[in-house]
Design a protein around this ligand. Structure first.
Ligand SMILES: [Zn+2]
Length: 435
């Protein structure tokens, strides 16, 4: 972390609550605002004239005139080993896994490959304005070591874990119930409390774990309550039928995880598309999070996430890219496709709610809102500058926005991508273009 203080000047947008719940009281926008950061933390935020008048001697000033300064974006479900199978043609979930993912992930037996891909992945997230993610590694413990080392080197807040698979996968990608437990435990002990890193116990999904392995994962979750749990659920109909056949004693797919002790407030379940009412109720009662992965759900033809149904039932929701089933690292692109998925379900999604979800909403879903997700003194200085006129198309569109921030934000969401990210600050340090 650099010793020099830094001031970011621009249009400061930050949320204190969900606009779907609290309306216009849920956010603040300071048109000529500034954020003072030092030693990786936000020291002050307010009107630019006030912040500048009390700037420490020698403070650097980054002028992002006209750009929104927001908290760094958060991706709640993504696979770093899939950066070279993103955009692979054809097939739905189970075939896609076998034809592409399970071939690709075998390369992560090589630590040098892990290190190279981890670095690429983190730089790509930063280029896209994402500063925190909840990440699947592969079955190889070295894939986790490489990812955490790369995140620690860059000062980034990241959550990750070793995938556990003990059936229905290539021999080279399988552990056993016992080995999955032992290797995960060793990784937790090696990395816990280090820097800004968090561990996620990661059984890939019920198809590729035996009941014994899910029980071992549940035992880890009880032993290390500070750890997260991440897995997949109810993504695709063939997958759901397979889980029903493999777990005949369970009442439903979600019940498989409930029985193993894997549902709780620190559990994030990718997809949650085809849910029975009892599964919705179980998610709500446990506080588990459903991760909406729109580009992946469209790309793999999995189905349409029903946000209104889950919200009404009290299920916690996050937004995620799910690269490489997902097709973009950009949370802006992801939210734009999310908007379209909800439209197909007869639902709407105002821009303010989408930007809340990408920032404070996802921070809350990951129980990190005491540290990240909003711009206030004492929070960690993960910030982005988003230029609503970054491309000719955006600039042209903004001529019609009439300085209405909601119009600007919706157009930015619909037309924006990594090009709209002027700068990404990780713990106060500019990271875009540093790779
Ligand atoms: Zn996934």
């Amino acid at each position: 972390m650099s010793a020099a203080a830094r001031i970011l000047r621009g249009r400061i947008l930050s949320f204190t609550d969900d606009p779907a719940v609290s309306g216009s009281r849920a956010y603040s926008l300071i048109e000529d605002g500034a954020v003072l950061v030092a030693a990786g933390m936000i020291e002050a935020v307010g009107e630019a004239r006030d912040i500048l008048s009390r700037a420490p001697r020698g403070a650097l000033i980054d002028d992002h005139l006209g750009s929104f300064i927001m908290p760094g974006l958060i991706d709640a479900h993504v696979h770093y080993p899939q950066t070279q199978v993103i955009g692979s043609y054809g097939k739905q979930l189970l075939d896609w896994l076998r034809n592409y993912t399970f071939v690709e992930e075998q390369k992560f037996a090589d630590p040098a490959h892990c290190a190279r891909v981890a670095a690429f992945f983190l730089e790509e997230l930063f280029r896209s304005g994402t500063t925190t993610a909840m990440v699947y590694c592969t079955v190889h413990p070295g894939s986790v070591d490489a990812f955490f080392a790369a995140a620690e080197e860059r000062g980034a807040r990241m959550i990750a874990g070793k995938v556990m698979m003990d059936r229905d996968a290539p021999e080279a990608l399988m552990d056993t119930a016992e080995r999955g437990y032992d290797e995960s435990k060793a990784l937790i002990e090696r990395w816990r409390g280090r820097g800004r890193l968090g561990y996620a116990i990661t059984p890939r999904f019920a198809v590729t774990s035996t009941p014994a392995q899910l029980e071992a994962a549940g035992a880890l979750a009880r032993e290390f309550p500070e750890c997260y749990v991440q897995t997949h659920a109810n993504e695709n109909k063939a997958e759901i039928a397979r889980v029903a056949a493999l777990y005949p004693e369970a009442e439903s797919y979600v019940d498989v995880y409930a029985r193993a002790g894997l549902l709780g407030r620190r559990s994030v379940l990718g997809h949650c598309i085809h849910l029975q009412d009892s599964e919705v109720a179980a998610l709500a009662a446990s506080g588990a999070v459903a991760a909406f992965c729109p580009t992946s759900n469209l790309f793999l033809g999995s189905g349409l996430f029903d946000q209104a149904r889950l919200t009404q039932a009290g299920v916690r929701i996050a937004l995620a890219t799910d690269v490489g089933g997902g097709t973009s690292y950009s949370m802006l692109r992801t939210a734009a496709e999310g908007y379209k998925v909800l439209q197909l379900n007869g639902q709407s999604w105002p821009a303010l709610e989408a930007f809340y979800r990408m920032t404070l909403g996802n921070a809350r879903a990951l129980s990190l809102d005491d540290r990240i997700g909003s711009i206030e003194a004492g929070k960690e200085a993960d910030l982005i500058a988003l230029d609503p006129r970054a491309t000719p198309s955006l600039a042209h569109r903004m001529e019609m926005a009439r300085d209405n921030p909601e119009v600007e934000l919706f157009a930015l969401l619909t037309l924006g991508d990594d090009r709209a990210v002027r700068q990404t600050y990780v713990a106060g340090e500019p990271r875009k273009g540093k790779g």
